[in-house]
Write a protein that binds this ligand. Sequence first.
Ligand SMILES: NC(=O)c1ccc[n+]([C@@H]2O[C@H](COP(=O)([O-])OP(=O)(O)OC[C@H]3O[C@@H](n4cnc5c(N)ncnc54)[C@H](OP(=O)(O)O)[C@@H]3O)[C@@H](O)[C@H]2O)c1
Length: 324
Amino acid sequence: MMQAVRLHEIGGPQNLRLDEVPVPRAESGEVLVRLRFAAFNRRDVFITQGLYPGIDLPRIIGSDGAGVVDGTNGEVVIDPMLGWGDDPHVWGAGASILGMPRDGTFAQYVAVPRENIHAKPSHLSWEEAAALPLAGLTAYRATFTRGELKAGETVLIPGVGGGVQSFALLFAKASGARAIVTSGSDEKLERAKSLGADVAINYREFPDWHKKVGRGEVDLVIDSSGGDTVAKSLSVVRPGGRIVIYGGTRREATFALFPLFWNHVDIRGTSMGSPQDFRAMLDFVSEHGVHPVVDRVFDMSDAASAAERLAQNDQFGKVVLRIE
Ligand SMILES: NC(=O)c1ccc[n+]([C@@H]2O[C@H](COP(=O)([O-])OP(=O)(O)OC[C@H]3O[C@@H](n4cnc5c(N)ncnc54)[C@H](OP(=O)(O)O)[C@@H]3O)[C@@H](O)[C@H]2O)c1
């Protein structure tokens, strides 16, 4: 038997419970990983709230994890993107994400397809390695594969405290770009500046934060907050610039079409990333010595409080779970 954090019913983070369940069996083509640390994504909170398709309960949630392949010394991180398919441009019909509907990483063991394990970057601690997979993959594809960010360009990263956005900042700075960030908290803005953000604006203090950014100053916007962020971004992105969207925390966005078509702006959607993106992300992180931003580490027995921290937007970077 093993310990695992399972969601029993929809209703919020308080419905996460530490249970004793059987150790999963690795089927043919799979490996069993003894997890050391796991990490939260907004997705896990959305699942507890019923805001995700295909929820099947009870289920061990969690997409991020790092650990040791059972019976070996192989230290690995897990790519949570399952069955991406053959086309690197877009996932196929069989694609899914570890942690729903398939049992995830908030457990002592997880069984995953062999092709989803990769050597843990040696410069990372276990906590940092566990923080990397889903948000690192999503940010890498948004920044480079879809966003085509180049050295010397300016990228706008709204809501920099988010898990994915913290990686977008790290990746942008490591690649020699200039970064303008926003956040609802001065403390998070200070943290972002210490990580290299060139301009930092509080969107609560300045609801018209876009007026503090020069018209046409931005080459690329990377967003998941939705709401009025897209309209405001359209007023600062340069003619011919790009807006990459990987999420919609505030569900919908309304914006005028004129600045979009008049300025030949590309709006591009992206989700997770291909196996090629994951490998490129690991190479980039190793080559540039990138360390994920770990916000706080919680014990498995305290998973509900960890999820609540995300639900309240209190974190900067990644909330990590210690697997005993
Ligand atoms: N499509 C995909 O593959 C994919 C992958 C990962 C995530 N996502 C989606 O992307 C979103 C972020 O995920 P995450 O795990 O990084 O979430 P997270 O760590 O919970 O980050 C959410 C952040 O959103 C920011 N935010 C909230 N309201 C905002 C506003 N009015 N303006 C600007 N920023 C605002 C906050 O930043 P501050 O605290 O700095 O204010 C908050 O910390 C979620 O909707 C998630 O479902 C999609």
